[in-house]
Design a protein around this ligand. Structure first.
Ligand code: HEM
Length: 462
């Protein structure tokens, strides 16, 4: 059976291009081959099929359980962080069971409590901003997203352990952020612990330190159970499976690492992009401020969440440079025709979120940041999919959108912000996500005086 077209370059070169310039490479391929192509990126350069049309996205995602599997084994690139018992690396029934355990705390009533946490943490971080001193806003969004996860998921307030986890985990991610070091994730053979000065040795030692802190927290919770705690760790510790068994310490550790990894770097990056576009385009900024100012004293996170223009700005930020370029791989279960190609069982297929979001037929002038797209029409779940879809759709989807909106509202209402310069920021690979190349550097030029009172009341009324 014939695979969809693939570049004529050697497989090693395909892999290198993928690591160094993933977005440009996908664009080159789609221009040359259309909606479906093959790259050799799998284990030992096995072929992986890329698709980007809404129809193909629907086929691979909606058909998840029938025609396509979404096996955890395909996500082993995350294994060094999240282990073997994470919702990301598990398959089949065990995957479904973990999803069922993890999803309820990310919906409904619980979101109210998170609104308070997000609001308080943002206040804490932005109150340290200094007028007139340029800085990379990513440092702030990363701190916010990390502290929000530590509070909401681990139930950790400020303290030595929180600070240590924040510092060590940030370092751990930095160890795999450059294209060179991300190669270690793609090629397991390069993961050699040659002592604490070798790249992998350093990674392993940092991970051990983070693990130690996580296990200490679990241990303390077991020794001093508190039935009134509502953080996600407490809910997971109280959960029982069909056989009445609780999660083991290793299972708990793996899920905590998963939420820490999946939930903070993504949101922090999406916020940095949104801040870039808002301050790059004066018309967008003005319209957004007008909407935020219209809230008067009502800074309820629930109200912020429903603001139409803010929603459109966040949606467009996740469209133009989706933080996650790809869905997790799906695997053909029974022989399938996809975009005219008969694919054999076992073939991995990936939905390119990036390419779907750049389709001229869906998003005219796809290079332009235009929030109005999301006010003028509704996109289907396979035309717009920053959070993937089907059986592995992002668990933190509502949480991330809520966080983006509350953080942006709080920042913009409090401070007058400009970009440090007029440089065009392009996306680059940062570890496994797509980040602003060179960062988004901003300068705070002053307070927005009319909002000082509102913010003071908000922290007690949200
Ligand atoms: C802007 C922020 C975020 C983006 C763009 C994003 C994107 C994604 C994408 C594309 C997937 C793969 C979906 C698929 O293959 O169909 C995913 C999976 C996942 N996300 Fe997110 N995510 C974000 C924030 C979060 C947050 C805040 C959390 C939790 C605190 C989270 C937890 C997860 C988990 C656990 C999975 C794996 C689900 C599974 O394997 O069943 N994400 N995310």
């Amino acid at each position: 059976m014939k695979l969809p077209p693939t570049p004529q370059t050697p497989k090693l070169l395909q892999m290198l291009e993928w690591i160094v310039r993933p977005m440009a490479y996908m664009e080159d391929c789609t221009q040359r081959y259309g909606d479906i192509f093959t790259l050799h990126l799998g284990e030992k350069f096995a072929p992986v099929v890329f698709v980007s049309s809404p129809q193909a996205n629907e086929q691979i995602l909606a058909g998840d359980s029938k025609d396509f599997d979404a096996p955890g084994e395909s996500n082993m690139i995350f294994q060094p962080f999240v282990g073997d018992h994470s919702v990301i690396t598990l398959s089949g029934t065990r995957h479904r069971r973990q999803r069922n355990l993890l999803m309820p705390p990310f919906h409904g009533e619980r979101m109210r409590a998170y609104g308070q946490i997000i609001s308080d943490v943002t206040e804490q971080v932005v109150s340290e901003w200094k007028i007139g001193q340029p800085f990379n806003v990513r440092a702030s969004t990363q701190s916010i997203a990390m502290r929000v996860i530590l509070r909401a998921v681990f139930g950790l307030n400020e303290g030595e352990r929180t600070q240590k986890i924040e510092q060590l985990f940030t370092e751990l991610l930095d160890k795999t952020s450059s294209p060179l070091s991300v190669t270690m994730l793609y090629f397991p053979a390069l993961r050699k612990d040659l002592g604490s000065w070798s790249p992998w040795g350093r990674f392993v030692r940092l991970r051990q330190q983070v693990d130690k802190l996580i296990y200490q927290e679990i241990q303390e919770r077991r020794e001093q159970p508190d039935e009134y705690r509502t953080d996600i760790l407490s809910l997971l510790m109280a959960a029982r499976d069909e056989a009445g068994q609780p999660m083991t310490d290793v299972e708990l550790r793996d899920e905590l690492m998963t939420l820490l990894l999946a939930g903070h770097e993504t949101t922090a990056t999406a916020l940095a992009w949104a801040l870039y576009w808002i301050h790059k385009l004066p018309a967008v900024r003005e319209k957004l401020l007008e909407e935020l100012d219209s809230l008067g004293d009502d800074l309820d996170p629930g109200v912020i969440f429903r603001l139409p223009y803010l929603n459109a700005v966040c949606s467009e930020a996740l469209r133009i440079y989706p933080v996650a370029m790809l869905t997790f791989p799906r695997v053909v279960r029974v022989q399938r025709s996809l975009c005219g190609y008969e694919l054999e069982p076992g073939t991995p297929v990936i939905g390119s979120i990036y390419l779907t979001h750049r389709r001229q037929d869906l998003y005219p002038e796809p290079e332009q940041f235009k929030p109005e797209r999301f006010l003028e029409r509704q996109f289907s779940a396979y035309e717009y999919l920053p959070f993937g879809g089907g059986s592995r759709r992002c668990i933190g989807l509502a949480f991330a959108q809520f966080e983006m909106k509350v953080v942006l509202a709080k920042m913009l209402l409090r401070w007058q912000i400009t970009l440090e310069d007029n440089r065009v920021v392009r996306p680059v690979r940062r570890g496994l996500v797509t980040a602003p190349g060179g960062g988004v550097r901003i300068v705070v030029t002053g307070q927005r005086p009319q909002n000082v009172r509102k913010l003071q009341t908000s922290s007690s009324s949200v």
